[in-house]
Design a protein around this ligand. Structure first.
Ligand code: FMN
Ligand code: SF4
Length: 414
């Protein structure tokens, strides 16, 4: 069987915003969900679905946490399509090409958890995605299936499409809640968690676009079918956003657990200009770097974590021999510095300071004392912010120092 683009990126799923076309291949998952909503959370648990927005957190835990909230009749689902981290471009494709698959997944979540507000929260640059979701929603709202969902909820199911703020930090879950409340995307401190106290104090589920797209297929085909799509212990499929010095960059939906070597050399067509593989920034670049000795790593959450890295969003930015690590890391940390919301002084000043030192070293003006300062910042900054942005910025730096200290040292003037 061809393992490429098997499910959510399969050509059958990529039918655009026309609901009639989608209902030729989809819709069954939602019908099954409406027959017995109580089986849905155990099914998602058994399938082994994990959050594909970066955390890999088991989806059923979040669903159960929202389901058990009894303090409000109003519940929200935010479908997180903020997608703004360098190297990640999978959700754009899903939003543009399979909006009905996503809407069906979101409606199944609404049925399972008695959610009556679904917010499609989308990066404002993705104008086609926003238009397609809007077009698809209009069609759903006159279907019997939509009516049946509202009957099940005993109140109308409301859809809204919200262009996000255009800030990377707006993808963090509590920053997304702030945006939905019409405020600046400042992450909140946790607890309380969104499941308990989210949009306007109501229980709120936040799931990534890719996570939600899997739901109709799991409900239709069962947990075992989904588990078997993965390799070894890993379940399901994953979209890897492959970019950088690669012959065929693109978004590839492959079995979860496909090796890095296969992704680069088989699906990605190998290195550009036959150059040697030097490293890959995983997850977008807020994670650790993998190097040639990691080419055998199965790309699933646990196997990548066992190499002290993180699968994250599945973004893989490949670089070849000859690409300067210091310059690349300076660019990425510069992105995080620019994206810091500024609530935590250690994050705003720390990320800027790291970016400044990296640029200095990259320009050949760095001294040993600058390198020592970078090493010290890696020790004191993690965990000092309200959200994980600062940890991501430090992680990529720390990992580059670990693997490529020689390159840093060679650039120093003393
Ligand atoms: C700085 C930052 C940016 C994030 N951006 C996104 C994003 O664009 N899309 C997304 O789905 N999750 C993003 N996340 C993760 C979300 O906080 C959240 O974990 C995710 O939407 C949950 O969905 P999942 O469980 O389906 O993965 C971001 C997290 C951080 C810390
Ligand atoms: S860690 Fe950074 S991005 Fe996160 S809340 Fe604090 S200042 Fe904002």
């Amino acid at each position: 069987m061809d393992v490429l683009n098997q499910v959510i990126l399969h050509e059958n799923s990529r039918v655009g915003p026309d609901l009639e076309a989608w209902l030729q291949v989809g819709g069954e998952g939602l019908q099954i969900a409406l027959q017995d909503a109580t089986v849905l959370i155990p099914l998602i648990k058994e399938a082994g679905l994990r959050g594909l927005g970066g955390s890999g957190f088991p989806t059923h835990y979040k669903w159960a946490a929202v389901a058990e909230q009894k303090h409000s009749n109003e519940k929200y689902l935010i479908c997180n399509g903020n997608e703004d981290e360098p190297g990640t471009f999978k959700d754009r494709i899903l939003l543009e090409e399979t909006p009905n698959q996503l809407i069906e997944g979101a409606m199944i979540a609404a049925v399972a958890l008695r959610i009556n507000h679904i917010v499609f929260y989308i990066n404002p640059d993705l104008e086609d995605a926003i238009a397609n979701i809007q077009r698809a929603i209009k069609q759903w709202k006159v279907t019997e299936l939509y009516f049946n969902v509202s009957t099940h909820l005993q109140q109308p199911l409301e859809f809204s499409v919200l262009p996000a703020s255009g800030h990377y930090i707006g993808g963090e879950e509590t920053a997304a809640i702030e945006t939905v409340e019409n405020k600046f995307p400042f992450p909140r401190s946790k607890p309380p968690y969104p499941a308990e106290n989210g949009v306007h104090g109501c229980p709120t589920l936040i799931n990534n676009i890719e996570t939600l797209c899997h739901i109709p297929h799991i409900v239709k085909n069962g947990a075992k079918w989904y588990q078997d799509l993965g390799i070894g212990e890993a379940c399901g499929t994953k979209i890897y956003s492959l970019s950088g010095d690669i012959l065929s960059p693109g978004a590839y939906e492959l079995p979860m657990g496909t090796s890095l070597d296969e992704l680069i050399n088989l699906y990605g067509g190998g290195m550009l200009l036959n150059k040697k593989f030097k490293a890959v920034f995983t997850g977008g670049p807020s994670n650790t770097i993998l190097t040639p000795k990691d080419l055998d790593v199965p790309l699933d959450f646990d196997s990548v974590a066992a190499r002290h890295s993180n699968l994250g969003t599945g973004a893989m930015i490949v670089i070849s021999e000859g690409t300067g690590i210091v310059k690349r890391v300076a660019e990425y940390v510069g992105f995080f510095a620019h994206s810091s919301c500024g609530q935590c002084p250690s994050c705003k000043t720390g990320t800027y300071y790291i970016a400044m030192l990296l640029n200095k070293i990259d320009m050949g003006l760095g001294r040993r004392i600058d390198l020592d300062a970078l090493i010290h910042l890696c020790e004191i900054l993690p965990g000092s912010g309200r959200c994980p942005l600062i940890n991501g910025a430090v992680k990529v730096l720390e990992s580059s120092l670990y693997h490529f200290m020689g390159e840093y040292e060679q650039s120093l003037i003393d």
